[in-house]
Design a protein around this ligand. Structure first.
Ligand code: GLV
Length: 393
């Protein structure tokens, strides 16, 4: 038992602990897990920790700002909310709540195809444009329809995920037999009675399954189980021609997520997209792949002059954001960090996470002797502790 009151939240790790107590086990585990041995999942965080910051002193620290742009869109810090599946199972109406927190904070929110709240639900409860993440389905008419729905909702960018046409196995999901909504087995009920607030909120919303899909896709037989859902719907033949087709169909800003290799980064940049995201899907797909921070420098070297390079994976603090920016990321996406806040405290929890990350970033930037995001480069890092295009940490 900790000697401190659990209500005092100082960092993302505090939020994680709180979320673990408040979110039903199968959904907490869904968020807080990686594939197979979880080695890449762990490496994302561990490799960021190995990088050391250079403290500078007697430097003017006044007039600091974290403002920047991502894909030409102004943001109050170089952070956007990542698309995460089943967000509305961490907390009732989770996607709407997180989108509202992001909107008030002035950062982009990305809605996942595999969300509980639909594109229309989020549009109804927000006033600034959000981004929509697209998985490419076998049913191209359904993909076209999703694109049209995202256009109708005035989404300002389409994020195409490249690394999940088949699902990496996460042992915890298999063991928990995760479905959305949860099946009312004896084991699940025993867990749910310990999460009364979650149950109460969930009983008071109608949004309890994949609402981007239900009522929109033809012949969907089992929507509740993630494994069955992806095996049935996702198109394993996804290739660069399909991306080109989607890009033309969409006609707006496109972000490609899930690039880990410089050769793929070059192919992605050649598509003429607005940004690519260096990502291993939070360590949830190819276990044994490089950590995102180690994959970043060779990709920045390969394509950084031609396209904006962003990163996700393991970012739990403002220091982590600065390290990625120092290594050439124009911005980062946060997934678990916001999910923990959401699961712990709903919209207020997401806001608190964004505030904590912004404060950590601001103070850290100042202690490194910099005042603006465009002044951040590898000069804030201790030589020998960070990855380069040819050296990993
Ligand atoms: C979906 O994006 C997942 O990682 O489960």
């Amino acid at each position: 038992m900790s000697a401190y009151p659990s209500s005092i939240v100082c960092c993302v790790e505090d939020m994680r602990q709180l979320a673990r107590r408040r979110v039903p086990r199968m959904f907490y585990d869904y968020a807080d897990s990686g594939s197979w041995t979880e080695s890449t999942y762990r490496a994302n965080e561990e490799d960021l920790q190995k990088i050391k910051l250079r403290q500078r002193v007697a430097v003017d620290m006044t007039n600091r700002s974290l403002h920047t742009t991502m894909a030409g869109i102004p943001t109050s810090m170089p952070v956007a909310i990542a698309p995460t599946g089943l967000t509305g199972m961490q907390y009732a109406d989770g996607e709407i709540l997180a989108a509202r927190a992001a909107e008030k904070f002035g950062i982009p929110f990305t809605l996942s195809t595999m969300s509980i709240c639909s594109i229309e639900d989020v549009a109804a409860y927000t006033s600034s444009p959000f981004w929509f993440q697209l998985y490419v389905m076998r049913d191209r008419a359904f993909v076209e329809n999703l694109i049209e729905r995202a256009k109708a909702a005035k989404c300002s960018a389409l994020m195409i995920t490249l690394d999940l046409q088949i699902l990496g196995q996460r042992h915890k999901d298999v063991r928990n037999a995760m479905t959305a909504p949860p099946r009312l087995t004896a084991r699940n009920l025993a867990d749910l009675v310990t999460k009364p607030k979650w149950c109460w909120n969930m009983l008071h919303t109608e949004r309890r399954t994949f609402r981007n899909i239900v009522g929109h896709a033809k012949g969907v037989s089992d929507l509740s189980s993630l494994g069955a859902w992806t095996a049935e719907q996702f198109d394993p033949r996804l290739d660069w021609a399909a991306i080109e087709w989607i890009k033309n169909r969409w006609g707006g800003k496109v972000i490609l997520k899930g690039v880990l290799d410089p050769e793929d980064a070059r192919l992605a940049a050649n598509c003429g997209v607005d940004a690519i995201v260096v990502s291993n899907h939070g360590g949830r797909q190819l276990d044994g792949a490089l950590s995102s921070i180690n994959a970043l420098p060779p990709i920045v070297e390969a394509v950084g002059k031609d396209v904006e390079v962003w990163m996700d994976g393991g970012v739990r603090s403002g220091q982590d954001v600065l390290k990625a920016v120092a290594l050439g990321a124009r911005g980062v996406l946060i997934g678990r960090a916001f999910l923990y806040g959401l699961g712990a405290q709903g919209e207020a929890g997401v806001t608190k996470v964004l505030q904590m990350i912004a404060k950590e970033m601001d103070i850290t930037m100042a202690l490194c002797g910099r005042r603006r995001i465009d002044e951040i480069d590898a000069g804030i890092l201790v030589p020998g502790t960070y990855p380069t295009p040819t050296h990993r940490v």
